[in-house]
Structures are given as structure tokens and as C-alpha cells.
Ligand binder design. Structure first.
Ligand SMILES: NC(=O)c1ccc[n+]([C@@H]2O[C@H](COP(=O)([O-])OP(=O)(O)OC[C@H]3O[C@@H](n4cnc5c(N)ncnc54)[C@H](O)[C@@H]3O)[C@@H](O)[C@H]2O)c1
Length: 427
């Protein structure tokens, strides 16, 4: 017996929306994706992805007959009554979540009759309750609301979606939760059924915890530098403890991206707005902010005054395998170096420019970026940079200094190749 797979409607053709759409299409669903940006929809209809995500273009191509992309919300509503909200929830200037796109989804949804709205966007705890109240006020009691936060990680989003560690489903009524849980019936992952508020909190707490691990190991790295320990060994030795684990213990120049900075700040402010001072997260945020700047201090210690010095930033994206520049540490570093009077050049295999990189020359190759440079800074751990310590690079730099912001290279090998080397927490 073949089980009928419901058609799905997705609001938002961004990372989460497109990955959700392509993966459900791969599982046999018809999926209609609606966005409000005409260029995005034109690109998708023309077979072009609006951003880089490994494996996604192939998945969309393979399932093209089950996927459609539209600007028209009525097209979304005509074929289904199961809707996913995958729109952005960026930070406001105060650090709270800007929920205007979420509310635009509720408005655009109008009255779909009987249906279910599934929230995949990351929202403050309490958002689902507010949406439920609004739907009820509008006489839309027959529209169920389910919180189903997404945990994918850019750069490995397709893999994360299809093989998740868990699926979290928060609902006001069991029946709606069952309907959404049924969509994941073929997944080999535990399904966590909770209240809507708990589902919202699971997402924020998970990101805040991962960010806390990163800030923690960065502080251990900074202390290791002054007391003569090697943070790589420390992280490995700590991480083998099953109670700790080795992931998210990589010291570096701090976290960035569209999720961690905003979600940590959101949780801190959510607590504050509710009368609780979440002290730990204040420290996590502060450590992360300062960590990016430590690279500038390291350069000053090696090169003295940075005025007129040529610094090559290698890697611009906030992490490898993506072209996402939201909250990328490279932007802070470039601005700080420019403020010190340095001439900043950059290289990235995917990012060729960004409005906030005014005055930064983005080179087409690593060699062009490091030519005559006083220092090369590894900002993003792209695989291409593993061979950075070559004779060609050394001879083309004015000062063969590598500041390894991601502890990507082997310090002994780099020094043996004739470079000065500075990592993070590597005494
Ligand atoms: N990117 C990630 O790695 C990731 C991972 C997990 C969760 N999230 C969360 O998921 C949400 C989406 O993130 P993203 O990175 O996919 O965002 P994104 O900015 O890449 O995409 C959001 C899309 O929604 C569209 N949009 C806005 N209003 C709309 C409307 N009314 N109808 C249809 N489309 C509309 C925008 O034009 C945009 O294309 C955020 O809340 C984010 O925190 C993101």
C-alpha cells in the first residue's frame, strides 16, 4: 500500500526553506516554495541557487518535478493546507528578534480554512502562544500551530536535515503534533514531543550551549597561552571524557554566522525582558567579541604599529563550505585592522565581496592576497588553506608571518617551512 504524501507549502526560500523543501521533495512530497524576493524566485526557476550549500543544487535538480517556486501566495495556498514558516528572524538594533517576517507570514496566510502552520524559524519563547492567540482572534481556530525548530548547520545542511540527531515537535494539541511527526516517519531519529514553549526553548538553549562551549574553550586557549599549555591537547584530553565530548571545542577567533550571535543575544534578552539576568550568556557574548580582536593584538605584538602594514585575511565566510557572511568574524577583523591603518586584502573561495568590506581588496587567489603582505591571517578554515605554508607563499610575502585564527596548520611544519607562526592557545 502506498501512503499518500501531503503536498507542503514553504514560506521562505532561504537556507532553511530551500533545504526543507528539497529534502521533503526527495522524500516524495510535492512542495511549493514561496518567497517575496522576485530575484530569488527567478533564480530558482532558472535552475540557479541563491547561495552556496553543498549538495542542495543537485537535490533540487533531481526533484525538480516535485518542486515549484513562486511569489504568489495563492499558488502556495491552492495546493496544500500544511505550511512551514522558514522566514528570517534577524536581530533588531536592541538585539531582540525582529518578528516582522513571521507576522507577514501570518497575514499572507490569511484564512486557509482547516490547516497547520509549522514554525521552523527560530523565535523567542512565547511566540507560538502569541501566534495562537492572534489566529484565534481572527477566527482561525481551525488552523493548528506546531513548533518544529530546525537544527541544520550551514555547509552540511542537507545531511543534517536528512539525518538529524532529533526532531523536536511542540504542539498545543496532540493531533496537530502527530500530523507533523508523521512527516518525519521515515527518519531514524528520536522525536521529542513537548509543549510549544519548550520546543522554542530547546532551539535557543541548544545554540546558546554550543556558543558557550566555543567561548569556554577560547578562554581556556587564552589562559593556556599565558601559562604555557597547549589548548589542542587540552581540548582533546577534556573531550575524551564522555561527559564532555570533543565537538565544539575548537579554539579560534570566535563564532559568527546568522544563528549563534543572534540566538545567544535573543535568549539573554528574553530572560532579561522576563526579569531574569542570564549572567553566563553575557560572558559568552563578551568573550566572543574580544576573541576576534585578539588577532589584532597578536599582529601588533609581532609587527608593532599596524599603520601601512599589509594584512591578508584568508577566508571571509563565517565558516567553510558556505558563502554566508552574516556576522562573519572577518568583517570585524577587517574593520579593526583598517581602523589601525592597515591595508587589508582578502581571499575566499566563494565570497568575492561584501558591502561592509569597503576598502578591502578581494584577490582571486591566495597568492595574490599574500603578495608583499606583512602577515597572513587564517580567518576561515577552508581546506584550500591547509597548504598555505608553501615556498611560493613564503617567498611572496614581505614578512612570512602566519596568524592561524583557526589552529588549522601544524605549527612545527609551518615554522620548518620558514614562517613565523602564531596560533590560538598554542604556547
Ligand atoms: N541558516 C541556518 O543555518 C539556520 C539553521 C537553523 C535555524 N535557522 C533559523 O531559520 C530561520 C530562517 O533562516 P535562513 O537562514 O533560512 O534565512 P534566510 O534569510 O536565508 O531566508 C529567509 C527567506 O524568507 C523570505 N521571506 C521573508 N518574508 C517572507 C514571506 N512573508 N513569505 C515568504 N518568504 C518570506 C526572505 O525573502 C528570505 O529569502 C531563522 O529564524 C533562522 O534563525 C537558520
Amino acid at each position: 500500500m502506498t501512503v499518500e504524501k501531503p503536498t507542503l507549502g514553504i514560506f521562505g526560500a532561504g537556507w532553511v526553506g530551500l533545504v526543507t523543501a528539497a529534502c521533503f521533495a526527495e522524500l516524495g512530497h510535492e512542495v511549493v516554495v514561496r518567497d517575496v524576493v522576485a530575484k530569488r524566485i527567478d533564480d530558482l526557476n532558472g535552475g540557479r541557487l541563491p547561495f552556496h550549500e553543498p549538495g542542495l543544487a543537485e537535490l533540487i535538480e533531481r526533484n525538480r518535478e516535485r518542486l515549484s517556486f513562486t511569489l504568489d501566495v495563492s499558488e502556495l495556498k491552492s495546493g496544500t493546507n500544511l505550511f512551514f514558516a522558514c522566514v528570517d528572524t534577524p536581530p533588531t538594533p536592541s538585539g531582540d528578534a525582529d518578528l516582522s517576517y513571521i507576522w507577514s507570514v501570518i497575514d499572507d496566510l490569511g484564512d486557509p480554512g482547516e490547516g497547520t502552520l509549522v514554525m521552523k524559524s527560530t523565535v523567542p519563547v512565547g511566540t507560538g502562544a502569541k501566534i495562537r492567540a492572534t489566529l484565534d482572534q481572527r477566527g482561525l481556530e481551525r488552523v493548528a500551530y506546531v513548533a518544529n525548530p530546525e537544527f541544520l548547520s550551514e555547509g552540511r545542511a542537507v545531511e543534517d536535515f536528512l539525518r538529524p540527531d532529533r526532531i523536536v515537535i511542540g504542539s498545543f494539541d496532540d493531533e496537530a503534533g502527530d500530523r507533523v511527526a508523521g512527516l518525519y516517519g521515515g527518519f531514524d531519529a528520536p522525536v521529542v514531543r513537548t509543549s510549544v514553549a519548550s520546543a522554542e526553548m530547546i532551539k535557543l538553549a541548544a545554540n546558546a550551549f554550543l556558543a558557550t562551549r566555543i567561548s569556554f574553550i577560547n578562554e581556556i586557549a587564552n589562559v593556556s597561552e599565558v601559562v604555557g599549555a597547549n589548548v589542542d591537547d587540552v581540548a582533546y584530553g577534556m573531550g575524551l571524557d564522555k561527559r564532555i565530548g570533543t565537538t565544539y571545542l575548537n579554539p579560534g577567533i570566535g563564532y559568527g554566522g546568522s544563528c549563534f550571535p543572534k540566538d545567544v543575544s535573543l535568549l539573554k534578552l528574553l530572560a532579561g525582558n522576563s526579569g531574569y539576568h542570564f549572567q553566563l550568556l553575557s560572558a559568552v557574548i563578551e568573550v566572543n567579541d574580544l576573541q576576534k580582536r585578539r588577532v589584532v593584538t597578536k599582529l601588533q605584538q609581532r609587527l608593532g604599529n599596524l599603520r601601512g602594514k599589509k594584512i591578508a585575511l584568508l577566508g571571509l565566510a563565517f565558516k567553510p563550505n558556505t558563502d554566508d557572511m552574516r556576522e562573519a568574524p572577518s568583517l570585524v577583523l577587517a574593520a579593526r585592522l583598517q581602523a589601525e591603518g592597515a591595508e587589508v586584502r582578502a581571499w575566499d573561495p566563494l565570497v568575492t565581496g561584501h558591502p561592509a568590506l569597503d576598502g578591502v581588496a578581494v584577490a582571486g587567489s591566495v597568492l595574490d592576497a599574500v603578495r608583499d603582505a606583512d602577515a597572513a591571517v587564517i580567518v576561515t578554515e577552508w581546506a584550500e588553506l591547509r597548504d598555505l605554508a608553501s615556498e611560493e607563499v613564503r617567498d611572496s610575502m614581505r614578512t612570512p608571518l602566519i596568524v592561524d585564527g583557526r589552529n588549522l596548520l601544524d605549527p612545527d611544519a609551518v615554522r620548518a617551512a620558514g614562517f613565523e607562526y602564531e596560533g590560538i592557545g598554542r604556547a
